[in-house]
Design a protein around this ligand. Structure first.
Ligand SMILES: Nc1ncnc2c1ncn2[C@@H]1O[C@H](COP(=O)(O)OP(=O)(O)OP(=O)(O)O)[C@@H](O)[C@H]1O
Length: 830
């Protein structure tokens, strides 16, 4: 029982059983036999070896560039290539057709679009393979014969449906039909004798036009054009007039779906293989051939012969009910070395041929890259870089299937070019066909079959190959079922696409977020770095500004301080240099700093006090002399009075010294305070550029202060001596107070004689003192003398003077307490 699918063997899948899974593009290799002349030239070097049905071993010829590279170690001398199938030089045209084009025709009749193109270097047998010669018809005539045989009895006789654009069909009106008829007849009349010497000879060329109206009928149209020097020429168009001379070029356009098509191309309806062959022959006469050094009849253009089959449904709107499919056979021009061309025109042709073939190679490489790297962004396929690739574009983008025939010749002299052609074809072998076009009848039928397989058991039946692709064997009910299935399939695929789009969008969003996040981090880091740099730069600027300001104001302050110090030093120099040493020695560790010493220069009273102390010392010397005289003395009463006075003096001196020490301590504190203040000024001064001048000034002040210190040391020594002297005097007086040792009362005369002129008055000491002593006693013992009120006032004043403070500060330890208390004496500080 015959199934609606016309299946023959369910075990071997046919195009009708299921949509073919994506498969690699078929690449066939055909090796041309060497001619006698080539053998004589020594072209036979065993360069081409077939190791298996699909493997070719290419060995470099001895004079080839590849061999030279191999000898230099930069390339290999042998290459292995794999193909779908390799055909040896002995393969006949029929064998080659059976293994290649037969299946293609089969698929075309099932509704597929198919491309077959030949590729190879010049003189490799491309044209021979496509068109054939003499009694050896090539693939194209055989395909035409096969098509018309299969469509025999189902051909559409009318000429009112014509292919337009990429795959559309247009209904012609009567006038247009008439015009088409004229063109067709003119073309076929030219080649009335063509079939006699054509490659169709020997093949069945009979076809029958359908007489019954029911069922699908087929209208076959053919076109033939070439791409020559990147221009499209219609090979079926009427030859140019004598005035024009130049052939009109065709333009490539896109339909509303973006599919490229050749605008204004001549389409000829043919009813048989003979007619198709005549059209082909007519076109060949317009084709660009030329004799080259390699091929006396070399194709200088890419020729494209198209067979388009319209599926005419009875009483249907041609725009909706007519489908079309096509077989495109492309005989590419052969690649060749431009430098081998002597003729400029040939060189230009070769250049254009090579460029377009190179673009084809780039397109196939890009397609393969995109197919192998689906996760990466796709490469742009440079279809638009040449006319050839634009014309063939649809066949690489899922609108049809393509297969490639690689032709090579085994000549040693063309080894390098052959190697390049094989490398290109090796890339093409990895190309996978895109999804089939939606209008594939085979696909529809396969979906339909899927439905039916679920419901019924598939029965085997005998069916010829010719019946496999016949869509008319299905009734309208089956086709409606197929349409339902297709609708569901469309919905399913739409759903799939939506889900796919959603997932792709998610992935893209995730990636974008990642990229944005990375960019954000990078920007943040950059921002931080920039911020840090700017901060550092501005901190540096602020620091420089501060330094400049400090320098400026330090300079100002320094100038003022230098001025003040200079004034002070001038004063000190003026007042201190004259007086003798005044101050007691100061230990190094407890000594004031330079600034403190410098501060003393601010106290001119020191000089004054030094002078007074010197005077005091002189008075003490006089006193010592007086006491010595009294010790030798004659006047006991005088001595006693003197002893009392001495005790009083000692006590008073102790008190005065104590006060002096306290004053010195205060003075030292004041000096330390002043020193601290000066230290800051000193530091500022030292940093300034005029620090050297100030240092010199301070150094001079140091010298002065050093001398002053020396004077203070000496003064201190003098005071110690005074104290010791007073102590001795006290001891002497204590001895004299004892009865045995009391000297006799002194006589006034003796006192006068000694210049003392002082008796021992009960009322006051001043009268018994020599006139020179008065200042000393007024200063030192004012508290004991009735006339000492002014002196006491002065001592009180002195307590607050810097001198007193110096005394206090310069005395590190308090003086020792008196260790001896003499009889009749009050304890003293000595
Ligand atoms: N398989 C074959 N058997 C016998 N002869 C062949 C075969 N292939 C090619 N030839 C011969 O080789 C010569 C060159 O072939 P053909 O013109 O087809 O090459 P081509 O590749 O088309 O060259 P071009 O690119 O220059 O047009 C022709 O004379 C052709 O008859």
């Amino acid at each position: 029982k015959k199934t609606p699918l016309g299946r023959t063997d369910p075990k071997s899948p046919s195009p009708l059983t299921a949509p073919r899974a994506p498969e690699k593009m078929k690449v066939f290799l055909r090796i041309r036999p060497l001619t006698a002349a080539e053998r004589e030239r020594g072209e036979e070097q065993g360069c081409v070896g077939v190791t298996s049905e699909d493997t070719l071993l290419l060995r470099a010829s001895k004079d080839s560039q590849a061999m030279r590279n191999a000898e230099r170690g930069v390339a290999q001398s042998a290459h292995k290539f794999n193909f779908t199938q390799i055909f040896s030089p002995t393969t006949t045209q029929q064998e080659f057709y059976d293994h290649t084009m037969k299946e293609v025709v089969h698929n075309v009749l099932q509704g597929e679009n198919h491309l077959l193109y030949t590729y190879g270097i010049t003189n490799s047998g491309k044209t021979y393979t496509v068109q054939g010669v003499g009694k050896e018809p090539g693939l194209l005539p055989r395909a035409l014969v096969s098509v018309f045989l299969k469509l025999s009895g189902r051909l559409y006789s009318g000429m009112d449906l014509k292919p337009v654009l990429c795959q559309d069909v247009r209904r012609l009106d009567a006038s247009e039909v008439h015009a088409e008829t004229i063109i067709r007849d003119a073309l076929l009349k030219e080649d009335e004798c063509a079939s006699l010497d054509s490659g169709i000879g020997g093949l069945s060329t009979t076809s029958h036009i359908a007489t019954q109206l029911e069922g699908v009928r087929f209208s076959v149209w053919v076109s033939f054009y070439e791409i020559y020097n990147e221009f499209l020429y219609d090979l079926l168009a009427a030859p140019p007039s004598l005035q024009l001379k130049k052939r009109a070029t065709l333009r490539l356009s896109n339909d509303k779906h973006g599919n490229p098509y050749v605008k204004d191309l001549t389409w000829i309806q043919v009813h048989s293989a003979d007619e198709a062959w005549k059209v082909l022959k007519a076109g060949q006469r317009n084709q660009s051939f030329a004799s080259t050094h390699l091929n006396h009849n070399s194709s200088r253009s890419h020729s494209i012969f198209t067979v388009r089959i319209l599926h005419v449904l009875p009483d249907a709107d041609p725009r909706q009910g007519t489908k079309s499919c096509e077989l495109l056979v492309c005989d590419l021009a052969g690649s060749e070395r431009c430098k081998n061309q002597q003729n400029g025109e040939r060189m230009k042709e070769a250049n254009n041929i090579n460029t377009s073939l190179h673009t084809l190679g780039r397109c196939i490489t890009a397609l393969r890259h995109n197919q192998n790297n689906r996760s990466r962004p796709p490469q742009v396929v440079p279809f638009r870089d040449s006319k050839l690739t634009r014309v063939l574009q649809n066949y690489f983008c899922g609108h049809g299937h393509s297969c490639m025939v690689v032709n090579i010749n085994p000549c040693a002299s063309t080894y390098d070019e052959t190697l390049q052609a094989l490398k290109f074809s090796a890339i093409a072998t990895q190309l996978v066909h895109g999804p089939s076009s939606k209008n594939r009848v085979a696909y529809i039928l396969s979906l339909l079959q899927e439905q039916q397989v679920r419901a019924t058991v598939l029965e085997e039946e005998e069916c010829s190959d010719e019946e496999d692709g016949d869509i008319s064997m299905f009734d309208s009910e089956a086709l409606l079922q197929a349409i339902d299935v297709l609708k569901r399939e469309v919905l399913r695929q739409r759903q799939e696409k939506v889900e796919l789009e959603a997932s792709v969008r998610e992935e893209v969003c995730a990636e974008m977020m990642e990229v944005i996040s990375r960019m954000q981090n990078d920007f943040s880091e950059t921002l931080e770095t920039e911020r840090a740099l700017i901060e550092e730069r501005y901190e540096s600027k602020i620091s420089n500004l501060e330094t400049s300001l400090k320098k400026y104001y330090s300079q100002e302050i320094k100038n003022e301080q230098i001025q003040e110090l200079t004034t002070a030093l001038e004063k000190v120099e003026g007042s201190v240099m004259a007086p003798p040493p005044l101050f007691p020695p100061i230990s190094e560790d407890l000594g004031p700093r330079r600034s403190q010493r410098l501060a003393s220069a601010h106290y001119p009273e020191v000089a004054h006090l030094s002078a007074e102390l010197e005077q005091c010392r002189a008075e003490l010397d006089l006193c010592r002399t007086e006491l010595q005289l009294r010790t030798l003395g004659k006047d006991k009463r005088f001595i006693q009075a003197q002893a009392e006075n001495s005790a009083t003096l000692t006590s008073s001196a102790d008190r005065k010294l104590e006060e002096g020490q306290r004053n010195l301590r205060q003075f030292r504190q004041a000096l330390q305070k002043l020193g601290a203040e000066l230290q800051s000024g000193e530091r500022a001064c030292c940093r300034s550029t005029d620090g050297e001048r100030l240092r010199q000034t301070l150094s001079a002040a140091d010298d002065i202060i050093g001398r002053q210190d020396q004077m203070l040391v000496e003064l201190h020594n003098s005071l110690q001596l005074v104290k010791a002297d007073l102590r001795r005097k006290a001891d002497t007086l204590a001895q004299l107070q004892s009865p045995a040792s009391l000297p006799p009362p002194s006589v006034p005369g003796s006192c006068k004689r000694r210049g003392c002129g002082v008796t021992a008055p009960a009322g006051g000491l001043a009268e018994n003192q020599p006139p020179e002593k008065r200042p000393f006693f007024r200063t030192l013992f004012s508290a004991r003398t009735p006339t000492a009120t002014p002196t006491r006032n002065k001592a009180e004043q002195m307590e607050a003077t810097p001198y007193a403070r110096v005394l206090r500060s310069r005395q590190p330890t308090p003086p020792p307490s008196p260790s001896v208390v003499r009889r009749g004496m009050k304890p003293t500080m000595f």
